[in-house]
Design a protein around this ligand. Structure first.
Ligand code: FAD
Length: 456
């Protein structure tokens, strides 16, 4: 029951810390505690036939288990400091990029070979965006696709399973400080370790807050991003997606000077439900395999909300908006852009008669009853701005799903080694509030592992 290192959470952050620790020192006794299931047992019951909507399983197969929230994601590993987190503020820009490239190499070795790396370098799209008040952010993106991402995770698990002790379906309830390190408390047992790495992602955000309160670790309120997922015929966005696959474009609205940005673009992809702490929001992904392609492309349009004193609960604000959509639609709401700008709800007939076939069975409704006016106005303005570079974006039949909410964890106070004020206790990945992506979360895992193994 005594380990050198215990890792809490088997998402990309936890997996890559384990990978690097075992590589650098095969004598270390390491355990990983994961609230969810092993990869092969992760199965979301929504089949579109018998189960159409989220039934709120105790452990969400999409968010929890080996691979973390990223297991059924699109597997887009963005190599950039311009978005995806602020890891570079802790470890430096060059180190952050080097680690993201290192993670990319490992993904290729473990099954990702042959997948495409896209880049914004030298693209003419940048100029076209600038001419229309839009700003394209710089990045390289490796698109593994949901299918290859799954293969890579399977191979990483096979590599790790004999080197690390895995405890699945074992949520950690408490982390206690003791004389020599930490005690990890689960429902049935207590485990000791010298060093503890916490990598619990967004789904562990509430639990992370309790750990910080118990161990007197300061936290800061973070932001919340609120918006919609747009779905349209893939041809409309092909000028961007054929060359860049994913483009992160930012627009400053004329009316309020708010920033609206594209997020998580999925050419020929599908829109999906996401369940965070029992609240159903929307997300998207796509497969690398052309046989699994749909006719549509989807992406999110998001507006960040930061709050100042006295209000601190940015996630609570996002949750309330998502709850409202769940209350009105029983889950995610879908609306035609034409209906939204005409101030009327979409109904099943209007959706059926439209030329864009939804890839998610959402409830037709009215997003203006859910999303605050200022945010919705910004989204509508950006759709018209995107229409200038991708004509057809503002077509009546373009579908908007809501709400998409990106919850960010409270930012945990950690130093440049990603260590809390309690020596030997590290907080990494999305659970730290510092990263918000596969590549940054994975890179933070490698970084901490090297520090613990004395290789940094
Ligand atoms: C549908 C979807 C698509 C996405 N697509 C992309 C994409 O294409 N590109 C991108 O960069 N990002 C994407 N993301 C975000 C990305 O998945 C996350 O940024 C990334 O997984 C964060 O990694 P992590 O290790 O920090 O946390 P997570 O992946 O969330 O892993 C945390 C793990 O900790 C476990 N856990 C939580 N609490 C406890 C506890 N108390 N005890 C034990 N275990 C616990 C959870 O079960 C989970 O498995 C997507 C997310 C979703 C949901």
């Amino acid at each position: 029951m005594k380990y050198d290192v215990i890792i809490v959470g088997a998402g990309p952050g936890g997996i890559f810390s384990a990978y690097e620790l075992t590589k650098l020192n095969d004598k270390l006794k390491i355990a990983i505690f994961e609230a969810g299931n092993p990869l092969e047992k992760r199965k979301c019951p929504i089949d579109g036939v018998k189960v159409k909507n989220c039934i709120k399983c105790p452990s969400c197969a999409i968010m929890n288990g080996f691979g973390g929230a990223g297991a059924f994601s699109d597997g887009k590993y963005n190599i950039t400091n311009q978005f995806g987190g602020s890891l570079y503020e802790y470890i430096g820009k060059n180190e952050a990029i080097d680690l993201m490239k290192y993670v990319d190499d490992i993904n290729l070795q473990y099954g990702g070979k042959g997948t495409k790396l896209y880049s914004t370098a030298d693209t003419k799209i940048k100029k076209m965006c600038l001419e229309n008040g839009l700003h394209l952010l710089d990045a390289q993106v490796r698109h593994l696709g949901t299918d290859i991402n799954y293969v890579v995770l399977g191979n990483l698990y096979n590599h790790l399973k004999d080197r690390v002790e895995f405890f699945f379906r074992t949520p950690v309830e408490k982390v206690e400080k003791n004389e020599d390190g930490y005690t990890i408390v689960t429902a049935d047992n207590r485990y000791e370790c010298e060093k503890c790495i916490i990598s619990v992602g967004r789904s562990g955000s509430k639990w992370m807050e309790t750990v910080c309160a118990d161990l007197d670790i300061p936290t800061k309120s973070n932001r919340v991003d609120i918006g919609v997922r747009v779905e349209l015929p893939a041809e409309i966005f092909s000028a961007l997606t054929d060359e860049l696959y994913e483009s992160k474009i930012v627009y400053r609205t004329e009316k309020f000077e708010d920033l609206v940005r594209t997020f998580c673009m999925n050419p020929h992809g599908a829109v999906v439900n996401e369940n965070t702490n029992g609240i159903v929001t929307v997300n998207g992904h796509s497969y690398e395999d052309p046989e699994k392609h749909t006719d549509n492309t989807n992406f999110a349009l998001l507006v960040s909300k930061h709050f100042s004193e006295p209000f601190k609960d940015s996630n609570g604000y996002g949750e309330s908006i998502a709850r409202l959509s769940n209350m009105l639609g029983g889950g995610v709401i879908v609306q035609r852009f034409g209906d939204l700008v005409r101030g009327r709800r979409s109904n099943p007939e209007r959706i059926r008669e439209g030329y864009v076939t939804p890839t998610l069975a959402a409830t037709p409704g009215d997003l203006s009853l859910v999303i605050p006016k200022r945010i919705l106005d910004g989204i509508i303005e950006m759709i018209y701005a995107l229409d200038k570079i991708c004509p057809g974006t503002a077509n009546d039949d373009t579908l908007l799903y809501g709400v998409e909410v990106k919850f960010y964890n409270m930012e945990v106070e950690i130093d440049n080694n990603l260590e809390t004020r309690n020596k030997g206790l590290f907080v990494i990945g999305d659970g730290s509030g510092v990263t918000h992506s596969l590549s940054h979360a994975s890179a933070s895992g490698v970084y901490v592992a090297r520090y613990i193994a004395g290789a940094n």
